[in-house]
Design a protein. Structure first.
Length: 229
């Protein structure tokens, strides 16, 4: 599904502040996998996710998504890939300031029963017509996750999606990600500092100083609702 070969990323090449962040990473993530990427702060996790999703250019290497070489996409192909095939959930929410949570969630999509149900279950109905700066971090993060789910994409990229959530909300959100993985065969790539989340993943990749130091298949995947938080 996502195959990366010898990915290297150097920020500010040939300048005084040149920084090699990814140092030749190889990955082969299968369709429908829940893959967790862990590693110390500054090890290159976010950069890797941005490169795999086409948000950031790479210095060298090949990235194939469903056998398509995304680094050679035309602008039009890249736009279609971003619009139809992938969605993001970022640590810092990235909601649009002058749209309400409801407007942020749906953007150009039609409201759906599944999402409206989650708005109630996740207890953000009372904030749904407020603007992001009037909402708590948790409410904003849940809205950002719903916005990604609305798109019904093949691949979901998540960077610390539970960073702003308490234990109960984290489990609720992770349960929904796991359900979507199950029901829609969505491939999920999730960066976290929380080792607990590795227990609900099929694959756990560890990055250290720009290199992949482990890539393990977890055969005893737990259900998110059974995590002890
Ligand atoms: N646009 C950029 N320009 C220059 N350097 C950058 C840029 N983005 C990230 N870096 C640097 O690359 C290194 C890796 O950053 P990255 O955000 O990928 O790490 P991370 O593992 O995701 O960290 P964290 O867990 O703290 O989010 C850091 O030293 C960071 O300062």
């Amino acid at each position: 599904m996502i195959k990366a070969t010898e990915i290297k990323k150097v920020y500010n090449p040939n300048k005084q502040n040149e920084l090699a962040v990814l140092k030749g990473i190889n990955l082969d993530i299968r369709e429908g996998e829940f893959c967790t990427i862990i590693g110390k702060s500054g090890s290159g996790k976010t950069t890797l996710l941005k490169c795999l999703s086409g948000l950031e250019s790479v210095t060298s290497g090949v990235i194939k998504v469903k056998q398509q070489d995304i680094l050679n996409f035309s602008k039009k192909q890249m736009n279609a890939f971003r619009r139809n095939d992938i969605a993001f959930v970022f640590q810092e929410y990235n909601l649009i300031d002058d749209l309400t949570l409801h407007e942020n969630i749906y953007l150009e999509h039609q409201p759906s029963d599944e999402i409206e149900h989650l708005i109630d279950v996740w207890d953000i109905r009372k904030a749904i017509h407020l603007f992001p700066n009037q909402c708590s971090g948790g409410q904003q993060q849940k809205a950002a996750i719903l916005r990604a789910l609305v798109k019904q994409v093949r691949i979901l990229f998540c960077d610390e999606p539970t960073g702003a959530l308490d234990g109960k909300s984290s489990k609720e959100v992770l349960s929904v990600l796991q359900e979507i993985q199950e029901s829609h065969q969505t491939t999920i790539l999730l960066i976290t500092h929380n080792e607990q989340i590795t227990q609900i993943s099929n694959r756990v990749i560890t990055i250290h100083d720009g290199e992949k130091v482990s890539d393990d298949i977890n055969t005893e995947v737990k259900l998110a609702r059974n995590l002890e938080w």
